[in-house]
Design a protein around this ligand. Structure first.
Ligand code: 5RP
Length: 247
């Protein structure tokens, strides 16, 4: 099914918070319907991926799925998986991931993603790219004409390299800002012990794949939140209907 360009007008893509929860639930149910017994499942992080984890747990409890194990992208997703009765294993102990589910902060019509609102994009990218199938769950509000419209690009950076990395990000046309922790003084520190720099691009991101590569070429950068060429399909929940569009 094709997305129509009118659906990609950011101004029409505002989704009320109550409606958003219902869309996340519908997306999660649709996604876990793709899991088969015996599969290794990659679990992303964030509120949408969490609902998918919960729905996966339900299918396991109902014995509709057997011998399913999951690899979590971060500490939070592993804790949630256990809470919902989904057995977790270490990424290094599996030969492959059959299917991965993940949320997204922004997505365009070419399945380019912007992730990292939750500071977990590095391991999410590892899982998503290791998976045979990577399914992204997005309510309509996440769909944009161009990445970087509503969110800056999160970049995970080695703390010891923060100053030179900030200067290089400026030479790429970015306006970098170190992400600080809510309710605490000081920077956000990721599960991997690094800092997050949110980089806005006032002139827009014309070529996401190119910018993704250039940012990652800066020494001291661990990984950035642009994800091109990895999503197999994006399920988009449309407000006011049971409809789920597939990009
Ligand atoms: C975290 C992510 C999340 O997938 C992204 O922030 C979406 O979160 P939510 O489903 O809560 O909107 O990339 O790093």
């Amino acid at each position: 099914k094709g997305m129509t360009i009118s659906m990609l007008q950011p101004s029409t893509n505002v989704v009320a918070p109550e409606a958003r929860d219902a869309l996340k639930r519908a997306l999660a149910k649709k996604a876990v319907g793709l899991v088969k017994s015996g599969m290794v499942v990659g679990l992303g992080t964030g509120s949408t991926a969490s609902v998918a984890t919960e729905e996966l747990g339900k299918l396991i409890k109902q014995r509709k799925l057997k011998d399913v194990v999951a690899v979590g992208a971060n500490y939070q997703s592993r804790v949630l998986a256990r809470q919902f009765g989904v057995k977790t294993v270490d990424l290094n102990d599996v030969n492959q991931i059959d299917i991965a589910f993940d949320g997204v902060d922004e997505v365009d019509i070419n399945k380019n993603l912007l992730k990292g609102g939750g500071a977990a994009h590095t391991m999410q990218k590892v899982l998503d790219s290791a998976a045979k199938e990577c399914i992204i769950l997005a309510d309509q509000s996440k769909v944009v004409l161009q990445l970087g419209t509503t969110f800056p690009v999160p970049v995970e950076v080695l703390p010891a390299a923060i100053s030179p990395v900030l200067r290089k990000l400026v030479t790429l046309g970015g306006v970098p800002e170190i992400r600080s922790a809510l309710r605490k003084d000081g920077p956000v520190i990721t599960d991997l012990g690094n800092m997050i720099v949110d980089v806005s691009f006032p002139n827009g991101i014309e070529n996401p794949a190119e910018l993704e590569k250039y940012i990652n070429l800066i020494p001291g950068v661990v990984e950035n939140g642009i994800v091109s060429g990895i999503a197999t399909s994006v399920l988009v929940g449309i407000q006011g209907g049971d409809d789920i569009e597939v990009i």
